[in-house]
Design a protein around this ligand. Structure first.
Ligand SMILES: NC(=O)c1ccc[n+]([C@@H]2O[C@H](COP(=O)([O-])OP(=O)(O)OC[C@H]3O[C@@H](n4cnc5c(N)ncnc54)[C@H](O)[C@@H]3O)[C@@H](O)[C@H]2O)c1
Ligand SMILES: [Zn+2]
Ligand SMILES: [Zn+2]
Length: 361
């Protein structure tokens, strides 16, 4: 029997979100219904509401979630009812050219539920990133459920489902930060602060946090930044060079995603260093760089999709580190809110007041 639950829907471009009754079908083959316990508010949800991702309104928002599997469809073996899971947007297919070459963290054909959740009148909903978890329950592909230790609080665990994983992975996986490295992070919101934490976990010796907002710099210091740079009235490139013996950092992570921050990242990096772009640019943005500098400075320029994470490998490991007190994920939960608080949370995010507001159900 399909179920009726509450969900936060973005009805049209730029329109405020509202709570609607949504219909969640029983799970079909390869699908699971998950009782959502917590879901963080991510910048990408706001992008959806503003029509910045695509035009497939109405959206069922929310995609940084943890909960308990309620029921599974035919042929599902990876999870069973009662499992505590983090929802991921990288359910690897195992068959695409990336998967077949042993690089499943790039999977080009990730799975989502085949059936659609709908409004009461039958209008089909587009779930954000194939998840749609600002809802009491949601329907996903079973591969989108990654089982982790239920000792972790849901509001913390869910954050690994998107932004915090993207930041940790930008440092650990994409940037391949190692012991003794110098790392600079431009933009220390939820994603950048997680990159700071990831750099520390990986053993970086110097971690430079860069932001326009003092509050973000203070949080980054508590997460392991050794130095901070206020980007407003400072030359960011010079500041990073000064802090790294005049050379630049081994790895620079751009967690803003604008041409000017990317250029700063490019020039704040030591010869043969790595730039990681994890902030998401908008379609009109263009980058101009002397090609000779691209050649002459060597190293690598990489983009990080979802922190190049493999959920089955990374989520349980990071939750275990959290439970051992070695990964301060609690610092990312700025506030917990109810389902009707999402619109206000967008405002707070816009004003830089929070790392994450998390809906708890
Ligand atoms: N690559 C991925 O898979 C992935 C996943 C999730 C989010 N993201 C993207 O990462 C970016 C950051 O997300 P977030 O949730 O941390 O956002 P956020 O709004 O919480 O943080 C952005 C931070 O950048 C700072 N900032 C803005 N302009 C700056 C500048 N010129 N110099 C220095 N600092 C500046 C802001 O003060 C803020 O602290 C967004 O573009 C988001 O869409 C990417
Ligand atoms: Zn694949
Ligand atoms: Zn997100």
């Amino acid at each position: 029997m399909a179920q009726q639950v509450r969900g936060v829907v973005a009805p049209g471009r730029g329109e405020p979100v509202r709570i609607e009754t949504i219909i969640v079908p029983d799970p079909g083959p390869g699908e699971a219904v998950v009782k959502v316990q917590a879901c963080g508010v991510c910048h990408t949800d706001l992008h959806y509401r503003e029509g910045g991702i695509n035009d497939e309104f109405p959206f069922l928002l929310g995609h940084e979630a943890a909960g308990v599997v309620e029921s599974v469809g035919e042929g599902v073996t990876e999870v069973e009812p009662g499992d505590f899971v983090i929802l991921n947007w990288r359910a690897v297919c195992g068959q695409c050219r990336a998967c077949l070459r042993g690089r499943p963290w790039y999977c080009f054909n990730t799975h989502n539920a085949a059936q659609k959740m709908t409004l009461e009148d039958g209008t089909e909903l587009s779930p954000a990133l194939g998840i749609g978890a600002f809802a009491d329950k949601t329907l996903v592909a079973a591969g989108q459920c990654t089982k982790v230790d239920p000792a972790a609080k849901a509001e913390v665990a869910g954050l690994l489902g998107c932004g915090v994983m993207a930041g940790l992975g930008a440092a650990i996986n994409t940037g391949n930060v190692g012991r003794g490295d110098s790392v600079a992070v431009i933009g220390c919101g939820g994603v950048g602060a997680a990159a700071v934490l990831g750099a520390r976990l990986a053993g970086a010796a110097r971690i430079i946090a860069i932001d326009l907002d003092e509050r973000k710099l203070a949080t980054s210091t508590s997460l392991g930044a050794t130095n901070t740079v206020h980007a407003k009235d400072t030359d960011v490139v010079e500041a990073v060079q000064e802090l790294t013996g005049g050379f630049g950092a081994d790895v620079v992570i751009d967690a803003v995603g604008r041409p000017e921050t990317y250029k700063q990242a490019f020039y704040a990096r030591d010869l043969a260093g790595t730039v990681v772009l994890v902030g998401v640019p908008t379609p009109e943005m263009k980058l101009e760089l002397p090609l000779l500098d691209v050649f002459g400075r060597g190293g690598s320029l990489k983009s990080s999709w979802y922190g190049d994470c493999l959920p089955s490998r990374d989520f349980p490991m990071l939750i275990d580190l959290y439970l051992q007190g070695r990964l301060d994920l609690d610092a990312f939960v700025s506030e917990t809110i109810e389902l009707d608080g999402v619109e206000a949370a967008f405002d707070k995010m816009h004003h830089g007041d929070v790392l994450r507001s998390v809906v708890v159900l």
